[in-house]
Structures are given as C-alpha cells and as structure tokens.
Design a protein. Structure first.
Length: 497
C-alpha cells in the first residue's frame, strides 16, 4: 500500500512519466518497501524525463548515431612526429619538454583519469582500476598510474612533491573505488592530492520499444554516460573550481585501462600549452595504426577541424588509402590521451546556460546486454543477446570545439598497452607481453643482456616501474637510484626493475 503522505509525490511523478511514455517504471510500486519506493522515486526524479522521448526517437527508433550519416569533408590530420629529428617533420622536442616541466613544476598541471566505465568486455566485477596491471607485480591499474604520478613528482616537483590527481568514477563504482584507495594508502600519494567525483548516468533503454528498463522492481537500469560525460562532471562536481584554487591550468586526461600510459608527459604538455598551432584547449596523442582494419578511432581533420572518426565510420576507401611512401594516409590512431585546458572546460559548460550543467556532447548508441525485470512476470531476466541501447558521450567529440588543436605521435610500444578484453588482443596477456617487450628494448639499450627465444619473443617477463625509468633515455642513464640496470636477465625469469 502507498502511504497517504507519499501519494501526491507519486501522482506528480506518474504524470511526468506518462508524458514521457515511461509510466511502466511504477509497475511494481505497490509491491516494494517504503524505503525502496523512496529510492525509486528519487531515482526517477533525477532523470531528465523531458529529453527522453527525443532521445528514444533518435537513438532507438531511428537507430541513428551522432557520428553516422555525415557528409563531412575528411582530410588527414597534421601531427608532431614521434621522431622529432626526422627531416620533413622535425620539431624542437627538448624546448617543448622544458616548457612542460616548467608548467608541472609551477603546479599548473593536474592528472585526470576516467575510471567510471563498466569494463563489461573484460568481465571484471569491480572498478577496472582494481584489476591487476603490472606484468610481474600484478599491481592494480590504479597503482600503475599512481606510480607514474609519484615518478613525475619526484622529477618535476621535488620541492612541493605534489601533482593533484582527479579520478572520475560512476555512481555504480564510486564507493568501491574510494574504499580501494583508502585500503591501499592512496598508493603512496597524499590523500589530499587525490580527488574522486562520480560522472552522470543515463537510463538503459529497451532495444525494441525504447522504454527505460528496470534492473530491479525498485530500481531503474542506469549506465554511466560515457567518458564524454567527464567534461560536464568536471564542472558540475566542483573539480574545475578546485583546480582553479590550486592554480591548475591544464588537465592531463588518461584512461584507467592502460598501465603504460604516460600520465604526465612534459613534451605533450609543452606542445599543448605553448605551440603556436595549439589554442591550449584540447590536444591529442596518436599512434600509427598497425593496419587499415585496426579498431581504433582515427584522428582526422573534419570540415577543417581536428576530430576523431570511429573506425566503423571511416569510409573503407579512406581507411585503405596509402601515401606515396606506402604508409596509411589516415594512420593517426587515437589512444584516448588528451591535454585539456581548465578554461576550455569552463567555457563549454558556462556557454550552456550560464550556471552550467546544461552541457552535453552528442550521444552514441551501443547495443548491450542489460539484465532487466520482465514487466509481465516481475522476474529478473539475464539476457543472452543484446536487449538494450546504452547512450554514451565520447570525450573526443569536444575536439572540434577547440579553436586550434594539435596531435602528437608517440611510439605504440612505449605507451600503449590497453586491457579491454579477457583474451586475445588488448587483453591482460597482450598487455604483459607489450610491457616485457618495452622493458627488453629499454634494458637492451642500456647494455643489459636480455634473453630471447628462437621465435624472437623475450624469454622472460619484465616490468619496469616508472619510478626507476620513465623512458629509454632514463634507463640508458642508469635509471633513478643506484645500480638499477642489471648486467643480464636470466632466461625464464620474472623481473621487476
Ligand atoms: P571503454 O570505452 O573501454 O569502456 O572505456 P569500459 O567501460 O572500460 O569497458 P567496456 O566497454 O564496458 O568493455 C575507456 C575509458 O573510459 C572510461 C573507462 O573507465 C576507461 O578508462 N569510461 C568509460 C568512463 O569513465 N565512463 C564511461 O561511462 C565509459
């Protein structure tokens, strides 16, 4: 039974739901406890019901996607080459790295990691940052990134020792994430330098009808609103104000699932903040695509502006096109690493209604399996095929909003080994293999004898902590601290350096 004093609230919400075509969300309202009812009503009240019919029409009924069907003019993107000494594409890496180190040293740079995803492909039941990332240590992905920040603090901010780290969670994994950091002593960072905030959510929609799904009789099925939700959440959470208070001017954006990511990279920071080709608003890193079919978004010029085209949206003739030297014309694979100006985030949000909060990037639709309650039986169903549409925003859709945006090429082996899938490519196994190959190359360059199998694979598993060496040059110089480079690695060994 519904209590008398709760009735008006339910009636008002029922009417709003009716107008949005979502009245079914109250199907079980008389079968749930008063606490569950309050939670359900609060959840429904937090949904943007007015925008729902339009979203359902567009993304479920018409199956359209923000990026699809565009007749945009697409051109290859200019970029700063990984080989800064190359004849045609040379640039002064050291000058930009110096500028970057100055900005880090002056406290103007924050690290920012998006960690609100659900990791459904990996099939890991917890925040992905808790998943083992170190090839030998098995240290969690959060610890891999924390070690990079510690290494950067030791090198670039030895006086104050602090680079703030903002971590975006989702309402679904926020508490678990914060608890994990507490339990692990913030991985050696100061707790006051690590800030967490949850991103927004969107209701998951039934693939056939567009109706919002119930995950329980008393609970709406929600999904995080994509990494693009970060540009709104940074603002609405107060993170941007906190950054401004700390004097932070630029944000180094990374994902949680790549333990090799250079969380703070002086040369990239310097290019973003000081190159004449950059407006200091939003910059990107790329790696050369390994083959035309590689499933990564491609950085291109779209109608004269830098943007990312998803692999599935890049016309086949462009994906296959080659330059005179045989290289792919559209080779700039996005690795989802960006520099973002604090003022850029503020401008995007403030532009959308002054007080902020109204800003969103366009949504992309993804068909997924989402457990739901069958309205006719009241039973929870675990679907075996895709039954739902999730709406997610992608952070790279903000790139064209920057006046001038630069792209930096980097070596794949040095900084890109994502963990996305349980097996095969981009898996824990492929990630450990890349970590080992990178370590072998760095150690070999520093005079260490590395064992190889006949097939050419490294006959060992090797993990290098960024606190020892952040790049091959540091390793050649002997790594941080004494006697870090061994004379040889034994065959079959598991080694942490
Ligand atoms: P992915 O696109 O790989 O998604 O996220 P995912 O959720 O981790 O994994 P799947 O697709 O369910 O298998 C890339 C990065 O963006 C973050 C993720 O945490 C990861 O760091 N992300 C993704 C968010 O922070 N929020 C989101 O809503 C989606």
């Amino acid at each position: 039974m519904t209590t008398a004093h709760a009735q008006p609230a339910i009636d008002a919400i029922r009417e709003q739901l009716r107008q949005a075509g979502q009245e079914h969300l109250l199907t079980f309202v008389d079968q749930i406890t008063p606490e569950q009812r309050s939670a359900l009503l609060a959840q429904i009240a937090s949904l943007d019901l007015r925008s729902l019919p339009g979203l359902i029409e567009r993304y479920v009924r018409a199956s359209s996607d923000a990026a699809k069907g565009s007749s945009a003019k697409i051109e290859p993107v200019p970029y700063f080459a990984a080989d800064h000494t190359s004849k045609d594409r040379g640039w002064d890496r050291e000058a930009y790295a110096r500028k970057g180190r100055e900005l880090i040293g002056a406290g103007k740079i924050a690290a920012f990691t998006v960690a609100g995803g659900q990791g459904s492909r990996l099939g890991y039941d917890g925040p992905k940052g808790c998943y083992p990332g170190g090839a030998v240590t098995g240290k969690p992905l959060f610890a891999c990134l924390a070690d990079w920040i510690l290494a950067a603090q030791e090198r670039y901010r030895p006086a104050t020792g602090s680079i703030p780290w903002y971590i975006m969670t989702s309402p679904l994994n926020h508490e678990a994430t914060v608890a994990f950091f507490k339990a692990n002593g913030y991985f050696g960072l100061k707790s006051t330098d690590v800030m967490f905030f949850p991103q927004g959510v969107m209701p998951s929609l039934d693939l056939k009808t567009g109706r919002v799904l119930l995950s329980q009789k008393h609970e709406v099925a929600l999904n995080p609103d994509g990494h693009g939700g970060s540009l709104k959440a940074l603002y609405t959470s107060g993170a941007i104000d906190d950054m401004a208070k700390r004097g932070v001017e630029h944000i180094s954006y990374t994902q949680i699932d790549n333990p090799l990511v250079r969380v703070i990279d002086p040369a990239f920071i310097g290019l973003h903040a000081a190159s004449p080709q950059s407006s200091g608003e939003m910059s990107s890193k790329m790696v050369a695509k390994s083959d035309p079919g590689e499933k990564v978004g491609v950085l291109c010029k779209v109608n004269g502006r830098v943007g990312v085209i998803e692999y599935s949206d890049l016309p086949a003739e462009l994906a296959q096109a080659r330059d005179a030297d045989g290289g792919l014309t559209y080779s700039a694979g996005s690795i989802a690493v960006h520099m973002i100006g604090v003022e850029f985030v503020r401008r995007l949000n403030a532009g959308a209604g002054g007080a902020g909060g109204g800003f969103t990037l366009p949504f992309h639709r993804a068909e997924k399996k989402v457990p739901f309650v069958d309205l006719s039986t009241g039973q929870r169903v675990e679907p075996t095929s895709n039954n739902a549409v999730k709406l997610e925003a992608f952070v790279f859709d903000a790139l064209p909003m920057a006046a001038r945006s630069i792209v930096l090429e980097t070596q794949r082996l040095d900084e890109f080994a994502p963990i996305k899938n349980a097996t095969g490519s981009d898996s824990p196994a492929s990630c450990a293999e890349i970590q080992t190959r990178r370590a072998a190359r760095w150690l070999g360059g520093a005079g260490c004898r590395v064992p190889y199998k006949n097939c050419g694979a490294v006959d060992a598993v090797i993990e290098i902590s960024p606190r020892t060496a952040m790049d091959a040059g540091e390793m050649r110089a002997g790594g941080a601290g004494a006697a870090k480079v061994p004379a040889a690695i034994p065959s079959g060994a598991k080694v942490v350096i």
